[in-house]
Design a protein around this ligand. Structure first.
Ligand code: ACO
Length: 335
C-alpha cells in the first residue's frame, strides 16, 4: 500500500525579533496584556527595509528541508504553497518559489486556506501521492504578515498576534503494509464566518479594487472578531480531532503529540483540557513566534524533530482553525 510520509522538515524565521515591549512604541498596548491574553512574548518580522516576500522565507525553509531529504529541487514532482500573504496579488507564491529553486516546469499549486493551509496541503498531497500522480511533494507554509499590519492602536487586537515565518516539508510515497504516515484527515469550512476574519482590499468585487477612501477606512488591514473566532476554535478543535482519530480507528489515548495551530496559547490550553492531555503532549511555541498562520505547524514540527521528541510509531495530530473559517485535523504516524 502507498503511504505518504514526511521525509524531512525545515523552517526559517527572520532574524529581527520584535518583543511586546517594542510594540508599545507604536500602539497603546502592554507586555502584560499580550502575555496574559495570548501567551506571546515576541515574534519575528522581516527587516524594516522590506523586499522579502512569502516565497523568500519559503525558499530558505525549503532549502533546509530538501537538503535533509537528500533531494535536489529536480526531484520534486509538485510544489504546494500555502499562504494568506502572497508576495503579489497574482501569480501565486508557488510559481515564484519554483523559479527561485531553479526549476523550469515543475507544477506549483497555491492554496489560500490561511491557518489551515498546511492541513489542506497535507490532505491534497496525500491524495496525489496515494493515487500515484506524484511521488515527491514539497509542501510549504509561509507568511509575511508584518508589512500588512495596522501598527496603530486601532489595529492592536490583530497586530500583536501575528509574526513572519516559514516551514517546509518534503513528502514522499512509501510502499508499506505498516499503518504509518498520513492515516486520516478531516477538513471543514464555514464561509458564513468569512467576515469574522478578513483583509478586504484589494477586492475584485469592487471597482476600482482599492481606493484612498478604502485605505483611509483601514479596509486593507486585517479585521477580526476575536472573541467569535476564539469560541469557534475551542469548540471545533477537540471535535475535529476526535473525528479524525475515529477515521483512523484511534482514540485520544493513542495521541503522542498534538501540533496545534499557534493562534493563541489560551485556545490551545482549552483544547488540551477538553481532551484531558498532559502538557508534554501539546507542542506550543507561540511564545517566541506569534501566529505565523500557514507556517505554524511545519515550524513546530521542525523544532520537535530537531529536539528528537518524536520516536518511531509516535501518533501525531496536526490541527487548526482560522480565517474562512476553516478547520481540520490530520492524523500522522511516524514511520
Ligand atoms: N493591547 C491592549 N488592549 C487591547 C489589545 C492590545 N493589543 N487588543 C485589544 N485590547 C483591548 C480591547 O480594546 C478591549 O478593551 P475594552 O474592554 O476597553 O473594550 C479589551 O482589550 C478586550 O478586548 P477583546 O478583543 O475582548 O480581548 P480578547 O480577550 O478577546 O483577546 C484576542 C483578543 C487575543 C485577539 C482573542 O480574541 C483571540 O485570540 N481570538 C482568536 C484569534 C484567532 O484564533 N484567530 C484565528 C487565527 S488567525 C488566521 O486565521 C489568519
Amino acid at each position: 500500500m502507498i503511504r505518504t510520509i514526511i521525509k524531512s522538515t525545515g523552517r526559517y524565521l527572520p532574524e529581527r525579533v520584535v518583543t511586546n515591549e517594542d510594540l508599545t512604541q507604536w500602539m497603546d498596548t502592554s507586555d502584560e496584556w499580550i502575555r496574559q491574553r495570548t501567551g506571546i512574548e515576541e515574534r519575528r518580522w522581516i527587516p524594516e527595509e522590506g523586499d522579502v516576500g512569502a516565497s523568500d522565507l519559503g525558499l530558505e525553509a525549503s532549502k533546509i528541508a530538501l537538503k535533509r531529504a537528500g533531494w535536489t529541487a529536480d526531484d520534486i514532482d509538485l510544489i504546494i504553497f500555502a499562504t494568506l500573504s502572497p508576495d503579489i496579488f497574482f501569480p501565486g507564491s508557488g510559481c515564484l518559489l519554483q523559479y527561485k529553486l531553479g526549476l523550469n516546469s515543475t507544477p506549483a499549486l497555491d492554496i489560500r486556506q490561511q491557518c489551515t493551509g498546511f492541513l489542506y496541503g497535507l490532505e491534497i498531497s496525500d491524495a496525489y501521492i496515494r493515487s500515484g500522480i506524484a511521488k515527491r511533494i514539497l509542501l510549504v507554509g509561509s507568511e509575511v504578515h508584518s508589512t500588512g499590519l495596522d501598527i496603530s492602536t486601532e489595529g492592536r487586537d490583530v497586530t500583536v498576534i501575528f509574526g513572519d515565518g516559514a516551514g517546509a516539508v518534503c513528502l514522499e510515497a512509501m510502499e508499506t503494509d505498516e499503518p504509518v504516515g498520513v492515516l486520516a484527515s478531516s477538513l471543514h469550512a464555514q464561509g458564513k464566518y468569512a467576515e469574522s476574519l478578513m483583509v478586504e482590499l484589494p477586492a475584485s468585487r469592487l471597482n476600482p479594487r482599492i481606493t484612498e477612501d478604502g485605505m483611509k477606512d483601514r479596509r486593507h488591514y486585517p479585521k477580526m472578531d476575536g472573541s467569535r473566532i476564539f469560541k469557534l476554535a475551542v469548540k471545533r478543535l477537540p471535535e475535529v480531532t476526535i473525528e479524525a482519530l475515529e477515521k483512523a480507528g484511534l482514540s485520544v489515548n493513542d495521541i503522542d503529540m498534538i501540533f496545534p495551530h499557534q493562534a493563541n496559547l489560551r485556545i490551545n490550553q482549552f483544547y488540551q483540557k477538553a481532551l484531558d492531555l498532559p502538557d508534554e503532549k501539546m507542542f506550543n511555541n507561540i511564545q517566541r513566534y506569534g501566529n505565523t498562520t500557514a507556517g505554524t505547524i511545519p515550524i513546530s514540527l521542525d523544532e520537535a524533530m530537531e529536539q528528537n521528541l518524536l520516536k518511531k510509531n509516535a501518533t501525531l495530530v496536526f490541527s487548526g482553525l482560522g480565517a474562512g473559517v476553516t478547520w481540520g485535523a490530520v492524523i500522522y504516524r511516524m514511520p
